[in-house]
Every structure is written in C-alpha cells, then in structure tokens.
Design a protein around this ligand. Structure first.
Ligand SMILES: *Cc1c(COP(=O)(O)O)cnc(C)c1O
Length: 392
C-alpha cells in the first residue's frame, strides 16, 4: 500500500522488521554490518546493490528517518547529518568549489552567516548578501560564477517571507542551485521542493525532534545533487548517530499534531499581544497585519511556532520583561514542547553590528517566543504577569 498522507507516511514508513517481529523499530547501535559472502561485499562496495556497510555511510535507524523526511518534503533523496550546521556546511562545501560565488539572504542563522563569510572564503568561495525586504534587487546580484542561492523563510527572528515559487524560478532561470533552510516551517507547514527548490536543509534539533533532546540535521534534494553530497559526506563523515536517528524517526510520528498545536497556541498568543497596549508591534505570518499575510497563506499551511514582538520601553524594559517570566524558559533554542523566550539583540544576534542588526529588523526591545505546547491560558498568563512586573 502506498501512503499518500503526511500523518501516515510519518508513522508507517518503517525499515524491515527483524526476525524478532518487533512492532516499534529497534535501535541499531552498531558501527558496521557483516556480509553474507565475498560476492555480496563486492557488489555492495561497487554500488550494484544497496545495503548497509558501515554506519558512517548508512544505518537502519538513519535510513528510516531520512526515508520519512524525503516523503514528507517531497524530495527524491537525502542524507541525515550530525547537526543542522553540518547540513548547511555539507550542502555548500559539497557543491561549491574555488572560484564559485554564493548568494544568500542576509536574514539567516548566525552560524550559517559565519560559514558563508568566514569559512567558505578560505577555499576561494566568494559571497554576496541579498536584502530580504528587496527581492526586486536580487537578480542584479547574480554574477557569472554564482552557483548557489541560500535562503531561510520565514526568517529568524523577523519572520519575513520569501515567495518560494518566485525564488525557485529566479534560480532556475539563472542556472543556480536553490538551497532553502526549512527549519522554522518544518515539512508539515511548507515543502520548498514542491515549489521547485533544489536543496532543502534542516536543523532537526528544533521542531522535528521538538522535545529538546538531540542535535541533528538533514539535506534533501534531487537524486543528482544528493549523489554528489553523499559522496562528500561519506568521506568527510558528518554522520548522524543511530540513537539520534531512532529518536527523530519516532519524533516524526507526532510532528503533525505537535505543529498543529504549536501554531494554534502561537496564533492565539500573537492575537493577544496585538491588542495589548504594552506591546509596540507583533509579528506573526498568519496575522492579517503581517505585510506578507497573503503569501503566508499561499505557501504555509499554518503560521508556525514563533512569534516576535516589541515591548514598549526599549532595551531596559525588554531585559526586565525577560527576567520576569515565571514559566517560560530563557534559552536561545526554539521548537520545543516548552515555551522559550529569547532576546535576539543580546544573545543570538549579539555579534552583528548595530547597523547589520537594524538591517535584519532586530530592534533593542525585540523578543522572540518559541511557543510551546503548554495550555494557552498559562502561556498568556505568564506574559501578562511579566508585562506587569517589568513596567518601568
Ligand atoms: C538551529 C538552527 C540551525 C543550526 O542547527 P543545529 O542543529 O543547532 O546545528 C540552522 N538553521 C536554523 C534556522 C536554525 O534555527
């Protein structure tokens, strides 16, 4: 039976059962696999048959995780990686060479910014940044040696969107590989490959695990591109631990219901904040006041689990507000069952210059909330009491 629906694919995709007839996939904690005979070993190494050889290349737990991710994202092939950052780095390093140029939206994850500006240039790969607010200028940034265009949508933490269908066409027209970090949306809300994107990267550490237990990532895409990436990964070893692969495959079984609730709670919190007089502005893709509300509805199933807003009273009020939470966790992470509050200007984006921070929409009083799965009335109650307590 072919499973066509997200929930069923996430639950019923399973590696073969062993002789023990287990219901839930067991953990395959083994570094290598034995061959039946010399001929099988030869055929496996010659890629004439598929099968596990060594866990740096593949492992049943990791295979199950990646098979699910490919189905859920609508991608032909993929590889799991030890972290989101190893996914970003491997997807770039495997496909780019000295003399190539990479374009990226300026609004990207901090470590991805470091890879593009500090690490890739060591191997002669140059870069330019594109302003997420001015997509009409993007085509003029393309150089003859531009090989890849990397973006995130929704962006962190300003929650600006990029029209994926338009972006895929722009890249195809100019013969550039499109690479989208889909971490914020997850495959449940948005499938970049279905709009024509070539490479979809993830930090699985966030909503995909969703319970704050593992560091992991993956790279998905066309057979042709993944073949090149797999060669690079097999020999450089950014491999995922089977234990984490096992956790992630289990996590995917509940991704749909978790995302439904994250989004439901986030929308309710955003609606509460928007009508509160202590809040300067609230940003959430599924609020009609979001400048890209129409686009959000077109390319995202729901609004996502993150809400950003600005408290009246600037930096000092912002810090007091953060210190006043009783239930929310104060952490730089996101995508957890527990609600997490972050102050980007002093943590995740503190290394940026004031000018760069302003360019990506991070004002001193900006707060980012990764809305968890607690009861919405408790989430709102914590915000209400923190607003009251932090009043200057
Ligand atoms: C967290 C994150 C990453 C990095 O992932 P790790 O699993 O921490 O290595 C990359 N991109 C985005 C958008 C993230 O939120």
């Amino acid at each position: 039976m072919i499973y066509e629906n997200f929930e069923t694919q996430a639950i019923r995709t399973q590696t073969e059962r062993s002789q023990y007839r287990e219901h839930s996939t067991p953990l395959f904690v083994t570094s290598s696999f034995v061959f039946d005979d010399a001929e099988q070993a030869r055929a496996l190494f010659a890629d004439e048959i598929s099968g596990n050889i060594y866990t740096r290349f593949s492992n049943p737990n990791n295979n199950e995780f990646i098979e699910k991710m490919c189905l859920l994202e609508g991608c032909e092939d993929g590889i799991p990686t030890a972290s989101g950052m190893s996914a970003m780095f491997t997807s770039m390093a495997a496909l780019l060479k000295s003399g190539d140029h990479i374009l990226a939206s300026r609004s990207i994850f901090g470590s991805t910014h470091q890879i593009i500006t500090q690490i890739l240039p060591k191997w002669g790969i140059t870069y330019s940044y594109a302003d997420i607010k001015k997509p009409e200028t993007w085509e003029s940034l393309i150089q003859p040696n531009t090989k890849m265009f990397f973006i995130e949508t929704p962006s962190n933490p300003s929650l600006d969107l990029i029209d994926l269908m338009w972006f895929a066409k722009l890249c195809k027209k100019n013969n550039i590989i499109s690479n989208v970090d889909n971490c914020f949306a997850t495959p449940y809300l948005q499938n970049p490959a279905k709009f024509g994107i070539d490479i979809v990267t993830h930090s699985a550490t966030k909503f995909i695990d969703g319970q704050g237990r593992v560091i992991a990532g993956c790279i998905l895409g066309t057979k042709e591109l993944i073949k090149e990436i797999r060669f690079f990964a097999r020999h450089t070893g950014p491999s995922l631990s089977p234990f984490n692969g096992w956790i992630l495959s289990k996590s995917l079984e509940t991704l749909s219901i978790r995302m439904e609730k994250h989004c439901e709670n986030a929308l309710k919190l955003a609606q509460f904040l928007e009508t509160n007089h202590e809040i300067e502005r609230t940003v959430y893709p599924y609020l009609p006041s979001h400048p890209q509300f129409q686009l959000a509805q077109k390319q995202m199933k729901m609004g996502g689990g993150l809400v950003t807003f600005e408290v009246k009273g600037g930096l000092e009020r912002g810090r007091n507000f953060l210190n006043a939470f009783e239930m929310f966790s104060h952490s730089a992470n996101l995508g957890d069952t527990r609600t997490i509050a972050t102050h980007p200007a002093s943590t995740t984006h503190s290394k940026l210059s004031d000018e760069d921070r302003r360019a990506v929409g991070i004002t001193p009083g900006l707060m980012r909330i990764s809305v968890g799965l607690e009861h919405i009335s408790d989430i709102i109650k914590d915000v209400e009491q923190a607003l009251l307590k932090s009043k200057i």
